[in-house]
Every structure is written in structure tokens, then in C-alpha cells.
Design a protein around this ligand. Structure first.
Ligand code: TRP
Length: 447
């Protein structure tokens, strides 16, 4: 049986952008920005995307395309060592942790989408969120979201993931632009935009380390780094594509959508008079929903908004599920059907548990994700830089144009030294805060 591959170059880029653009951009990014001083966070985040995110993305691409295998197979076959295979299994585990809470948030969004049709939460947006966020209802909607994810993955790389993202991405961009224009006309929208866009160097100086760590975590999350999503997607790629230019395109498009989402969310927060520094992710749901209930045609706008978020979340969750699926197909010879159903069965249980227990949710969504993604990307960088070394550079320049080729040596140098040191630094800071040695970094995930 021949291994699956993308039908077109554009298909790969769209699928990778689809993976990157997700709840991270629309839900997590505004909330992290708000908690970390607005534009101070934005500036730091953009810098880290450029200096750490793009080279990290390329490290995953290089590993994936070189091996044409899932993370477990790629790391063990390219290194010839079982130890790296175990590291790949850690990545598969990370994808399951990630999906366990991501499907719960996906379920919240589905619930809001359904409720927007009837205006169900318009009377009391605040109590609606606390009523639906945890419990059996949340578990049910989470499973529904999981099944939608599984349906796309089941259809395969070309007919599922590629076709799905080709339909979803344009819809996301068009609807977000329309929503941003609408939001700009809301009362007090200007205050939201200036919070988002006016750079405050004083805040950055006073909270440098915590902004740095939060921005690094967000940069990894939004580019889908550190789990092997990008290894897996690049494993379906041919040699004639330029990795550096595709990687840069993906990072730019993802950042544009993230900033665009900020143009929707911040004006709405301020038009509702909500201090964006308080309340975390729940407040985001509450305030956005509150804004819709306050205006004419609120229902139409609300449906459009939660529909966009649903599409963005789906095009990301399929990229997480593809990791265990590719692993089971490549390494254990399962059919795609069985390889999909097996992790889905596990996720029904772990997702439901996450939906029932708020403390498990915040353990997964906050603490574990930050640590696991950082460790994951650290491993991929060391692998590309030191295990592959010159081979990584050879893969990097394969299919690249002049500009892409010229950046190769600097990329390899950064991947070997600078970037692992940086990630190690953020890991130590995060662990110290977790152990209570230093002040906590991020306020709890829950409202
Ligand atoms: N990047 C996605 C988002 O912003 C989430 C995501 C998809 C992801 N695949 C991933 C995050 C792999 C980390 C690793 O919502």
C-alpha cells in the first residue's frame, strides 16, 4: 500500500494554516494578551514567532519530510535508536492530552453555536457559561465535536483533511473580516483597539520574564509546535516543495488571522465595559456573548462568530488526531478506519473526564500543555540539530530557492544552540513558578 500524500502544494499550506489557526488564535490569544499587558504581549509574541516559531516549524518539517513517517517512526528510524522512539510516544501522548481539553472547548463552542440560533443565552450571558462549561452536557457536546473531528480524519489525507481545510479556511477569513468591521462600529471599540495596539514599554520592563514565558507558550501553541503535528503533515509532502518559503507563508497567515481575531474580540470586550485583564477564558465567552445579545441582528452575528470558531477549532483538532492515527497506520499497520476509532475510543473517556472535572481541565489546558509542548519542541530541535545535523540542512535546502537556501546555515546554528537554550530557559522559569519557588506566572484558566 502506498502512503498517502497531499494532492497540491496549496493543500499542504492550507492544512498547516488550518492546524495553526484555531482556538489558540481566537480564544487563547486575546485572553493571554489581556492578561499580559495588551500590546506588550503582542510585540513579544510577534518577535518569538519570528525568531523561535518559524525555525521550530522548519525543524518539524525537516524531520517529517525526511522520514515520511509519524513522529514515533520518524524519530526512531532517522536516529536508529529506540530511545527516540520513546520520545515519539511521549508526543503521541501529548496529542491525546491536548485533544482531551481541546474537544471540551470545541464542545462549548458548538453549544454556543446551537444556542445562538435561538438566542438561548441572550437573557443572561453570564450564568449561561457557568451552567454549560462543566458536567455531562459539556461532556456530550465535547464528544460531538470529537466525532466531527474523527469524521474528517477518517476520510483520509486528501479527501478529508485537505478538502476539509480547503473549504473551511476561506470561510474563516471572510467571516472574520466581516466581524471585525462590525465590531469596529460598536460603542467604545476604539478603546479596545488602542489597548491591543498601543505599545506600553513600561509594562514590558516591569513584567519582562512573565510576558516572555507566556508569549513563548502561546507562540508554540498557535503554530501547533512541539507535538509532531507539523512532522506528520510534512511527512505527506514531496521533495519539490520549498520548506522555508512554505513555513514563512504559514507563520505569516497564522499571525494575520490571530491579529484579525484580536480586532474582533477587543472592541467587543471594551464595548461591554469588561476589563480584559480579569476573568480569563470564561469571561471571553461571556463578554462576546453579551455583546451579541445587546445589538440588533445579534443572533445573526452570533451565529457567524461561533460558526467561524467551530471551523477554526475543527481544522486544528483534525491535525492533532492525525498524530495517533498516522502512528497506528505506519507503525502497527492498522487500516485508517481502525487507527481512527482506537484513539477516539480513548478520547471519549479522557475528554468526558476533562469535561466533568474543572481541575483536570486546568491541569491539561494550562500546566501540562505548556510543559509538554516546550519539552516536545526542545526534543525536535535537538534531534534536527544534533542527530540529523548536516542531513537536516540538506533536507532544508531541498526544493528551496536562493533565499531559502541562504538561510540554511543560520537556521541550523540556531536550531542547535540558541533555540534549545531559550526553550530550556522558559522551561526552568515555568517549573520554578510551578514548584512555588517564584510567583505563579499565569492566572488560572477557569473563570
Ligand atoms: N494551533 C492550534 C490553535 O491555535 C492548536 C493546535 C493544533 C496545536 N495542533 C496542535 C497546538 C499541535 C499544539 C500542538 O488552536
Amino acid at each position: 500500500m502506498t502512503r498517502e500524500s497531499w494532492a497540491t502544494r496549496f493543500g499542504f499550506i492550507l492544512a498547516a494554516v488550518g492546524s495553526a489557526v484555531g482556538l489558540g488564535n481566537i480564544w487563547r490569544f486575546p485572553w493571554m494578551t489581556a492578561q499580559n499587558g495588551g500590546s506588550a504581549f503582542l510585540v513579544m509574541y510577534l518577535a518569538i514567532i519570528l525568531v523561535v516559531g518559524v525555525p521550530g516549524l522548519l525543524a518539524e518539517f525537516v524531520i517529517g519530510r525526511r522520514a515520511k513517517l509519524n513522529p514515533v517512526g520518524a524519530l526512531s528510524s532517522l536516529s536508529g535508536s529506540r530511545g527516540w522512539g520513546w520520545f515519539g510516544l511521549f508526543n503521541v501522548l501529548t496529542s491525546l492530552v491536548l485533544l482531551s481539553f481541546y474537544t471540551v472547548v470545541g464542545g462549548w463552542i458548538l453549544r454556543y453555536l446551537v444556542a445562538s440560533l435561538s438566542g438561548g443565552y441572550f437573557a443572561s450571558p453570564g450564568s449561561f457559561f457557568s451552567a454549560i462549561s462543566f458536567g455531562w452536557g459539556a461532556a456530550g457536546y465535547g464528544v460531538l465535536f470529537l466525532l466531527a473531528t474523527a469524521a474528517i480524519v477518517l476520510a483520509g489525507v486528501r479527501r478529508g483533511i485537505e478538502l476539509g481545510t480547503k473549504l473551511m479556511m476561506p470561510a474563516i477569513v471572510v467571516l472574520l473580516v466581516a466581524l471585525a468591521l462590525w465590531a469596529a462600529g460598536q460603542p467604545n471599540a476604539g478603546a479596545g483597539l488602542s489597548f491591543f495596539l498601543t505599545f506600553d514599554p513600561g509594562y514590558l520592563r516591569a513584567h519582562f520574564v512573565s510576558v516572555l514565558v507566556a508569549a513563548a507558550g502561546q507562540a508554540l501553541f498557535t503554530l501547533s509546535l512541539g507535538v509532531g503535528t507539523m512532522i506528520t503533515y510534512a511527512s505527506y509532502l514531496d521533495e519539490d516543495r520549498s520548506l522555508p518559503s512554505d513555513g514563512a507563508t504559514i507563520a505569516v497567515l497564522n499571525t494575520l488571522v490571530g491579529v484579525l481575531a484580536g480586532f474582533v474580540v477587543f472592541p467587543l470586550l471594551f464595548s461591554q465595559g469588561i476589563d480584559p485583564g480579569t476573568g480569563g477564558p470564561g469571561a471571553l465567552f461571556v463578554s462576546v456573548a453579551g455583546a451579541f445579545s445587546a445589538v440588533a441582528f445579534g443572533r445573526v452575528v452570533a451565529v457567524a462568530f461561533f460558526f467561524v470558531v467551530t471551523l477554526a477549532a475543527l481544522s486544528s483538532s483534525i491535525s492533532m488526531l492525525e498524530i495517533p492515527v498516522a502512528y497506528l497506520v505506519d507503525e502497527h499497520g492498522l487500516s485508517r478506519r481502525r487507527a481512527t476509532l482506537l484513539p477516539v475510543a480513548v478520547l471519549v473517556v479522557s475528554g468526558a473526564a476533562t469535561a466533568l472535572d474543572p481541575s483536570l481541565f486546568s491541569l491539561f489546558a494550562d500546566t501540562m500543555v505548556n510543559l509538554m509542548l516546550t519539552v516536545g519542541l526542545l526534543g525536535f530541535l535537538l534531534f534536527a540539530g544534533w542527530v540529523l545535523g548536516p542531513d537536516a540542512l540538506a533536507e532544508y535546502v531541498l526544493g528551496a530557492d536562493g533565499v531559502g537556501r541562504a538561510t540554511g546555515p543560520a537556521w541550523l546554528w540556531a536550531v542547535r544552540t540558541l533555540l534549545p537554550l531559550f526553550l530550556l530557559g522558559t522551561l526552568v522559569v515555568a517549573l520554578l513558578a510551578l514548584a512555588g519557588v517564584t510567583a505563579p506566572l499565569v492566572v488560572s484558566v477557569l473563570p
